[in-house]
Design a protein. Structure first.
Length: 272
């Protein structure tokens, strides 16, 4: 009798462990890396790398089941890419400045993370066509926006940016700027809110999502000029087979208006 009890408990433990593994497939905490052949569905697994601190592009929400989920229009694009490949999508939430390395070491198959096509990145990875373009924004504290009407007004100021981003490069072009480069964008906004930086440089749509969720922050009139306009999907250098498929999916999504719909839906979700 006692023996049976132990066996039943052991079986229960194994089953709940398996269930837990199954749940992990969508938020990237599973240990399965890029290039593994089959996932829980028996399908091939493709692994996306992203820095999910960038609403409406990629961000965390609590879904209807109360579980943490990574959503956003970049994620919708990744799902479509996986669907067209007949693959299962695994998502890894990584630090933004580690994405190129993760690609080149083969730990992820592709990166979609509001990635701008800079010449430096072009040397490191291969890039898809541009799937969306937008403008940059300067976020300040409400009431101080009048002080930042042009980029010149940022000279000598304390500026918050994401580490390894094009915004860090923009900040470096501002004379005497004291730059705080942080790994996650929410930390930049906290630094701004608490007065440790004067302004933050970030993508317009992300700025809009933040100012509607954090009281006391707003967007100023200053407008950074950017050369590396638009966003691309990145793959490891030489992975043309994967890249061709990515481009085919992007063309479909751009032509049938899906990308616009994804952006609208993600933007609505981001300001809730
Ligand atoms: N577009 C900028 C860049 O490529 C910032 C992207 C940041 N993305 C993110 N998911 N945090 O450098």
């Amino acid at each position: 009798m006692k023996k049976w009890g132990t066996l039943v408990i052991a079986l229960l433990m194994v089953t709940s462990l398996l269930a837990a593994c199954g749940q992990n497939k969508n938020n990237g905490s599973s240990s399965q890396g890029a290039g593994s052949n089959a996932g829980n569905s028996g399908k091939k697994v493709i692994t996306l790398g992203t820095s999910a601190d960038f609403a409406p592009y990629e961000f965390h929400i609590k879904n209807d089941q109360g579980q943490d989920e990574i959503v956003g229009f970049d994620i919708e694009i990744a799902k479509e890419i996986a669907k067209d490949m007949g693959a299962e999508l695994q998502i890894k939430d990584l630090q933004f400045d580690s994405l190129m390395n993760e690609l080149n070491s083969g730990r992820i198959d592709f990166a979609i993370s509001g990635l701008s096509p800079t010449p430096e990145r072009q040397k490191e990875v291969d890039m898809s066509k541009i799937y969306f373009t937008t403008e940059q924004a300067i976020v300040t504290r409400t009431g101080e926006e009048g002080n930042y009407k042009t980029m010149d007004t940022l000279v000598g100021k304390k500026i918050g940016v994401q580490k390894g981003s094009i915004q860090e490069d923009i900040a470096k072009t501002i004379k005497d700027a004291k730059i705080t480069a942080l790994a996650k964008t929410q930390d930049i906004m906290m630094q701004l809110k608490t007065g440790r930086v004067d302004a933050a440089i970030i993508e317009g749509p992300v700025a809009k999502a933040y100012i509607s969720n954090i009281e006391g922050l707003t967007i100023s009139e200053a407008q950074p000029a950017v050369e590396d306009d638009g966003y691309i999907v990145a793959v490891k250098k030489g992975n043309t087979e994967f890249l061709d498929k990515v481009n085919t999916t992007l063309t479909r999504l751009m032509e049938d208006g899906s990308i616009d719909k994804f952006i609208q839906a993600a933007s609505d979700l981001a300001v809730k």
